[in-house]
Write a protein that binds this ligand. Structure first.
Ligand SMILES: C[S@@+](CC[C@H](N)C(=O)[O-])C[C@H]1O[C@@H](n2cnc3c(N)ncnc32)[C@H](O)[C@@H]1O
Length: 220
């Protein structure tokens, strides 16, 4: 598979341009800014009431995971994090990212530990954060436990339509606890229709820089 290439986004943090898909892992208007806005502010911060289980579709660079670990540490609650990824980054690709310099030092340390965590096994990263990185095709994966919050961070529906089908959202709906939430950056009509068909109630929220809106989908 072709190696991904680094790209410096508008807030100074890097993202990668995927060697396989030819698209960026994050918004070029700011990788860290986007990740904080969609997944932490509109997701974790809005949902958390205590210890929580998070599922991420598309671990990628581990940025969403690191920011979640940071938030859990600052607010003293525990996060059990499960992340699905079919194409894990190589050590070389991780080395192209500048999160060691652009994240606060303690968060950068958490990020480094997340990147080094074993696949397919639970790893304790800190007293407030553990992660299970699962190397598998999301479209074939079947959840065996319940989650409170889902970060749906697949590549865009135009690039990977198979990830955004009703069937996949139905699987996630069933895997969410009652009142659970899914957040994603895409507000495309087909995404909204598939989420609604799966049973979610949708909220359209202001998006990060460069994007008018994002979605929060709730299991009522
Ligand atoms: C938008 S990027 C995720 C960015 C990531 N959340 C981060 O913080 O860096 C999409 C991710 O989905 C992964 N992916 C693509 N197809 C997949 C599949 N069928 N199953 C699981 N992961 C997949 C890609 O390799 C990529 O890492």
């Amino acid at each position: 598979m072709k190696t991904s290439k680094p790209f410096i986004t508008a807030d100074g943090s890097t993202t990668l341009c995927s060697g396989k898909f030819g698209v960026h892992y994050h918004s070029t208007n700011g990788a860290i800014t986007e990740s904080r806005h969609i997944f932490i502010d509109a997701g974790l911060q809005a949902v958390v009431k205590g210890n929580i289980k998070i599922l991420e579709i598309g671990l990628g660079t581990g940025l969403n995971a690191a920011l979640s670990a940071e938030y859990a540490t600052l607010n003293s609650f525990s996060v059990g994090y499960t992340a699905i990824e079919l194409y894990p980054l190589t050590h070389y690709e991780y080395s192209l990212l500048n999160y060691s310099e652009t994240l606060p030092p303690q968060t950068a340390n958490l990020w480094d530990r997340i990147c080094r965590a074993q696949w397919n096994d639970e790893t304790i990263i800190s007293p407030f954060f553990s992660i299970k990185k699962i190397e598998q095709d999301f479209t074939k994966w079947q959840p065996r436990e319940k989650f409170d919050l889902i970060y749906f961070d697949a590549f865009a529906p135009d690039d990977q339509p198979e990830m955004w089908q009703t069937e996949q959202f139905l699987k996630l709906f069933k895997a969410l606890s009652k009142g659970g939430v899914l957040v994603t950056y895409s507000v495309k009509g087909i995404v909204k229709a598939a989420l609604k068909e799966a049973g979610f109630w949708l909220e359209r929220l202001p998006g990060p820089p460069g994007k008018r809106h994002m979605l929060r989908a709730i299991k009522g």
